[in-house]
Design a protein around this ligand. Structure first.
Ligand code: FAD
Ligand code: NAI
Length: 465
């Protein structure tokens, strides 16, 4: 240790990096975390998961209060109005509390925050704010940022990325979203609920790529029912900003006649790319893979001994909980323990209304891979609690191995899908069969009974359908 300033130096304080730093310190390692932002928490806490969920929650409340949707429950609300500044202020408060909380955790665990940008000068040394820092282990957790679209310049006024879309000062009349993925649909939902007309332009023939086919079909139906205009199989070939609006030129993805769409605000959301600029990875002896990511092995080791990587900068889904679990595992591996992340069981959730959640494999991927499967489905239309709440959109789909009955994938569309998927993930982590779920007692009346009944439908019959 004598030659080293730290046992562990983590670059980036997002959900991957801050968790890795805290766990390393908990394990008795002298730890520092480099972060160039003014606050800790990375993309997720500052401009990602947390502010987007704050706006989704607030906009849902506004829509409930203002649309007359509560009248059927005997609740008449008149005179409700939108105070967007207050909505943004409450969101900022939640972000501040949570990012401040990480600072408190750093102090409590004696993790030193090195403020500034880290650049490798050798495999065990980085420069931060003019200081050369040497560490026995370095963890790259630099995250990701918005993928640019050539010819489309983000000015955060008319053409915004997710960060700009979380802070619009007024509700646009017409928002055009480029990309029908998670960000486009979540932030499109926020502004739709607050009064904007929203058009989603998606290159592929369906929205939500990567999700199970039945879920994508249902999403297509429900977003249209909510008034979204979905322009699938369509590509944007140019965006011309004029004064306080923009004109998009679009054409069929397969080629054909172009047309123009006018928008007040254009949200660019076509994916995210790993943050590696300025890191000087070559000084650490590292090269990027074909997708511009830092490749790692099962233990999160890079090609250079003593240099590790986790989170969005590495292959795999760009999700906060994936980064967090990798953060714990990498710290445990550095400490000589056995840190493991089961990448086959990582849930993903789209936090719109209803929510779209998934864990394990899709029906399409399993069939393509030649696995024999059995499927059980149960609609929320037949779930007593969903019916009572007048909240019946969606279904649960359980996919199990035809021979062993082991659950291979669970896909849920429901207002509570994000919570329900946790139970499915836990069952899969424990190697459950569909019968295990079907014979587990679920509380009545809850949405979770739909998961039990979908599991019953895999091998036999559900009761309520
Ligand atoms: P990041 O959170 O990106 O953190 C990396 C940090 O490293 C950044 O703070 C950056 O400033 C810092 N950094 C980079 N380079 C350097 C350097 N050279 N020196 C010093 N510091 C550096 N995921 C979910 O699971 N659920 C959600 O609901 C969700 N919602 C999202 C909503 C939006 C709008 C966006 C954009 C993303 C969302 N995500 C969500 C994705 C989630 O934010 C990321 O998967 C997660 O933040 C990745 O964590 P990370 O630690 O790998 O990187
Ligand atoms: P995404 O990958 O989810 O979706 C991008 C969409 O844009 C895809 O449907 C793609 O086909 C489409 N596309 C790509 N190029 C296009 C083009 N030129 N024209 C039209 N469409 C085009 O990426 P998104 O929404 O930007 O989100 C990035 C990542 O952030 C997600 O993959 C996810 O990992 C993370 N995230 C997670 C959330 C959650 O967990 N709830 C919420 C928000 C983001």
């Amino acid at each position: 240790m004598a030659d080293y300033d730290f046992d562990v130096l983590v670059i980036g304080a997002g959900p991957g990096g801050y968790v890795a730093a805290i766990r390393a310190a908990q394990l008795g390692l002298k730890t520092a975390c480099v972060e160039s932002r003014e606050t800790l928490g990375g993309t997720c806490l500052n401009v990602g998961c947390i502010p987007s969920k704050a706006m989704l929650h607030a906009s849902e409340l506004y829509q409930e209060a203002s649309s007359g949707a509560l009248a059927k429950f005997g609740i008449d609300i008149s005179g409700s109005s939108l105070n967007l500044d207050q909505m943004h202020a409450e969101k900022a408060k939640a972000v501040k509390e949570l990012t401040g909380g990480i600072e408190g955790l750093f102090r409590k665990n004696k993790v030193e925050w090195l403020k500034g940008r880290a650049t490798f000068t050798a495999a065990d040394t980085v420069e931060v704010a003019g200081r050369s820092v040497r560490a026995k282990n370095i963890v790259i957790a630099t995250g990701s940022s918005v993928t640019p679209l050539p010819g489309v310049e983000v000015d955060q006024k008319v053409v915004v990325d997710s960060t700009g879309a979380l802070a619009l000062p007024t509700v646009p009349k017409h928002m055009v979203v480029i990309g029908g993925g998670v960000i486009g649909l979540e932030l499109g939902s926020v502004w739709k609920r607050l009064g904007a007309e929203v058009t989603v332009v998606e290159y592929l023939d369906q929205i939500l790529p990567g999700m199970d086919g039945d879920v994508r079909k249902e999403a297509n139906k429900l977003f249209k029912k909510q008034g979204f205009t979905l322009r699938t199989s369509t590509k944007v070939t140019g965006v011309a900003v004029h004064g306080d609006g923009a004109k998009l030129t679009v054409e069929p993805a397969a080629g054909g006649a172009s047309e123009t769409i006018e928008a007040d605000v254009v949200l660019l959301a076509i994916g995210r790319k790993p943050n590696v600029d300025g890191l000087a990875l070559d000084k650490a002896g590292l090269e990027l893979n074909a997708r511009g990511q830092v490749a790692v092995d099962h233990d999160f080791r890079t090609a250079t001994a003593g240099v590790w990587a986790i989170g969005d900068v590495t292959p795999g889904p760009m999700l906060a909980h994936k980064a967090e679990d990798e953060g714990i595992a990498v710290a445990e591996n550095i400490a000589g323990q056995t840190g493991i992340v089961n990448h086959a069981v990582i849930p993903s959730v789209v936090y719109t209304h209803p929510e779209y959640a998934s864990v394990g494999q899709t029906e399409e991927a399993l069939r393509e891979g030649g696995t024999e499967i059995k499927i059980g489905k149960f609609p929320f239309l037949a779930n007593s609690r969903a019916k009572t709440n007048r909240d019946t959109d969606g279904f649960v789909k359980v996919i199990a191995d035809a021979k062993t009955d082991r659950v291979l994938g669970v896909h849920i569309v429901s207002s509570l899908a994000g919570v329900l998927i946790g139970q499915a993930a836990q069952a899969m982590e424990f190697g459950a069969t569909s019968e295990d779920i079907a014979y587990t007692c679920h509380a009545h009346p809850t949405h979770s009974e739909a998961l039990k009944e979908a599991a019953m439908a895999v091998t036999g019959k559900p009761i309520h359908m």
